[in-house]
Design a protein around this ligand. Sequence first.
Ligand SMILES: [Zn+2]
Length: 149
Amino acid sequence: MSGADGGRVVLRPAATLRCPMIPAVDHWVKSVVEPAARYHFGAGVSELTVAASYGCRPINHVRGAKLSEHGHANAIDISRFSLADGRVVAVKDGWWGDARERAFLRAVHRGACDTFTTVLGPLYDRNHRDHFHLDLAHHGRSGTNRVCR
Ligand SMILES: [Zn+2]
């Protein structure tokens, strides 16, 4: 996947994802990220920096841990949002950064929880201080629980 919202938003580098993730990312970009960027900064979003997508690895790269959703191509990590006016909002600096960046990043994080079943950000743990992890894993006995942290 190299673009979202009809190709207007570039994903860099291109992400390798299972088919169900593609409309999910597309929907999130179009219905959450784009409107939040316009609301908080008056500019659309032009590019998302993909920190990781498909990769055969255990959770948090810990040997012996369960295979990460990244190993199923069921997850994407986003570290930065580039706007059409040249502004770059990075999760690492912006989460605790200026008021607008904080508000934008929190809106984008919260909004992701409507689409993805797992959303992890800087409040979850140190491994996620510089990106949002989004996936479509099934949680709980019924497989319908959601994780939004
Ligand atoms: Zn991740």
